[in-house]
Design a protein around this ligand. Structure first.
Ligand SMILES: Cc1cc2nc3c(=O)[nH]c(=O)nc-3n(C[C@H](O)[C@H](O)[C@H](O)COP(=O)(O)OP(=O)(O)OC[C@H]3O[C@@H](n4cnc5c(N)ncnc54)[C@H](O)[C@@H]3O)c2cc1C
Length: 386
C-alpha cells in the first residue's frame, strides 16, 4: 500500500470509524475526514449480528456496547394479518454459545458514539470534523491532513464521492423499495410488540421489523414496502406530504393493531432504498471503497453495517500484511455476494403472496428453531482474516 505510510479515511460512519480502529490495532495511523461537524443521531435502530459483534469484541468494545444494547432472546417471523408465529430462531445466550458472540440491537447513534469514543482515545486515529471531500486526490487531502496519504479509503456511504474516482465502480440504483423508520414509546405500543425479541411481521409486498431500543425505552419500527418503479430516481428522500397515506396503503388489510399503530405513530423518516451495483472497489494501490460506498444493500438480511465492520477489519489485515487491494476486493466481494443473495431470498420470502406464501409458511412450520439457526452458521460464525 502506502508509500507515505499514512491512511486517509473519508467518512466517519460505522465503516470509517471501525476502519480507523482496526488500522490502529495493526499500528497504522489514519486521518478520518467527516463532512458533518457533529456526529448526530442519524439513522435509527440496528441489529448487530455475531459476525459483527465478534469484531467489535476484538476491538475491546463489548463492555461499552453492553451498556447500550439489548440481546433479544429470539428472532421470530410473525404473520402480519393473523399474528401467528411462523418460525423463530433462538438468540440471546444461544447466539453467544453457538456463534461465540452476542446478537445485539441498539440505536445506530449509540454504536457510533461507542466507536467515536474509542477513536478519540486512540493516539493513532485523527478525526477531522466538518471537512467535506469532493476532490478526492492525495494533494487535496494533504491540504487538510498536512501529509500526502499513501492510501485513501472511501467510507463515505451510498452516495460516495470517492466512488466517482474509481474507474468501473458500481452505481447507486433505486431498488423499488421504501423504508419508513420510527421509534415508538413502549407504553404506546401494541401488545404483540415484545421487548425481548426481534419480530418481523410479514405480509403481501411488505414487512415490518420491530425490536427494542433499551436506552430510549422504545421500539424501533422499520416498515418496508416494495412495488415502486425501480426506474424512478426518488433521490435521497421523498416528500413527506403524503408519506403516512402511502404507508397506510402499503399495510392496508394487515392486523388492525398494526394499522392503528401506523396511523397514530410519530412521524417516520422515509428512506428510498438504494443498492450499489457490482463494480470496481479500488484504484491501483491508492484508493479503496468499503461499507455502503462499495456495496450498499437492501436491509432484508440486516447485514449492511455488519459488512462494513467486516470490510474494515479485513482491510486492515490485508494492508498490514502487505497484500494488494485487488486481493482484498476479490476476497470481500465473494462474501458480500453471498450475503446479498441471502437478502434477495429474504425479500422474496418476506413479501411473498398467494401459493408461495402458503408454501413458505408450511416449510417454516416444519423446521425446528435449532435447525433454522444452523442455516446462519456461515453468516454469523464467520471468522475474518486477521
Ligand atoms: C432501513 C434500514 C435498516 C437497516 N438495518 C440494518 C441492520 O439492522 N443491521 C445492519 O448491519 N445494517 C443495517 N442497515 C444498513 C446500515 O445502516 C448501513 O449499511 C451502514 O450504516 C453503512 O455504514 P457506512 O459507514 O458504510 O456509511 P454511512 O453510515 O452512510 O456513513 C458515511 C459517512 O460518510 C460521510 N460522508 C459522506 N460523503 C462525504 C464526503 N464527501 N466527505 C466527507 N464525509 C462524507 C457521511 O456524513 C457519513 O458520516 C440498515 C439500513 C437501512 C436503510
Amino acid at each position: 500500500m502506502t508509500q507515505g505510510g499514512s491512511v486517509a479515511i473519508v467518512g466517519a460512519g460505522i465503516a470509517g470509524l471501525t476502519a480507523a480502529l482496526c488500522l490502529a490495532r495493526k499500528g497504522i495511523a489514519s486521518d478520518i475526514l467527516e463532512q458533518t461537524s457533529v456526529l448526530s443521531e442519524t439513522g435509527a435502530g440496528l441489529q448487530l449480528s455475531p459476525n459483527a459483534t465478534r469484531i467489535l469484541d476484538t476491538l475491546g468494545l463489548t463492555p461499552q456496547l453492553e451498556q447500550v444494547w439489548s440481546e433479544p432472546v429470539e428472532i421470530r417471523l410473525v404473520d402480519g394479518t393473523t399474528f401467528r408465529t411462523t418460525a423463530s430462531v433462538p438468540s440471546g445466550s444461544f447466539a453467544r454459545n453457538r456463534w461465540k458472540a452476542p446478537y445485539g440491537v441498539l440505536h445506530r447513534a449509540d454504536l457510533q458514539k461507542v466507536l467515536l469514543a474509542a477513536v478519540e482515545a486512540e493516539p493513532l486515529c485523527h478525526l477531522h470534523l466538518g471537512v467535506r471531500i469532493d476532490d478526492v486526490s492525495r494533494a487535496s487531502v494533504a491540504r487538510i491532513t498536512a501529509k500526502e496519504p499513501g492510501l485513501i479509503i472511501g467510507a463515505d456511504g451510498v452516495w460516495s464521492k470517492v466512488r466517482n474516482h474509481i474507474q468501473g465502480s458500481g452505481k447507486a440504483r433505486f431498488s423499488g423499495n421504501i423504508a419508513w423508520r420510527l421509534t415508538l414509546g413502549q407504553a404506546n405500543a401494541p401488545a404483540i410488540f415484545d421487548a425481548t425479541t426481534v419480530s418481523a411481521f410479514l405480509g403481501r409486498g411488505a414487512h415490518l421489523v420491530v425490536y427494542p431500543l433499551p436506552r430510549l425505552r422504545s421500539f424501533n419500527v422499520v416498515a418496508i414496502a416494495g412495488g415502486h418503479d425501480p426506474q424512478e430516481t426518488p433521490g435521497r428522500a421523498l416528500p413527506r406530504d403524503d408519506s403516512r397515506k402511502q404507508l397506510l396503503a402499503a399495510f392496508s388489510g394487515w392486523h388492525p393493531e398494526i394499522v392503528n399503530m401506523l396511523r397514530n405513530a410519530p412521524e417516520a423518516t422515509i428512506w428510498p432504498l438504494y443498492d450499489v451495483s457490482d463494480g470496481a472497489w479500488h484504484h491501483g494501490e491508492e484508493t479503496v471503497l468499503i461499507g455502503d460506498a462499495a456495496h450498499a444493500m437492501m436491509p432484508f438480511a440486516a447485514q449492511g453495517a455488519a459488512m462494513a465492520i467486516e470490510d474494515a477489519f479485513e482491510l486492515a489485515a490485508f494492508v498490514a500484511g502487505g497484500q494488494s487491494l485487488a486481493a482484498f476486493a476479490d476476497h470481500r466481494k465473494r462474501r458480500v455476494a453471498r450475503v446479498r443473495s441471502r437478502g434477495a431470498f429474504n425479500r422474496f420470502a418476506y413479501h411473498a403472496r398467494g401459493p408461495v406464501r402458503l408454501g413458505r409458511d408450511l416449510v417454516l412450520s416444519m423446521r425446528r428453531p435449532e435447525s433454522l439457526a444452523a442455516d446462519f452458521d456461515w453468516l454469523y460464525g464467520y471468522e475474518p482474516r486477521d
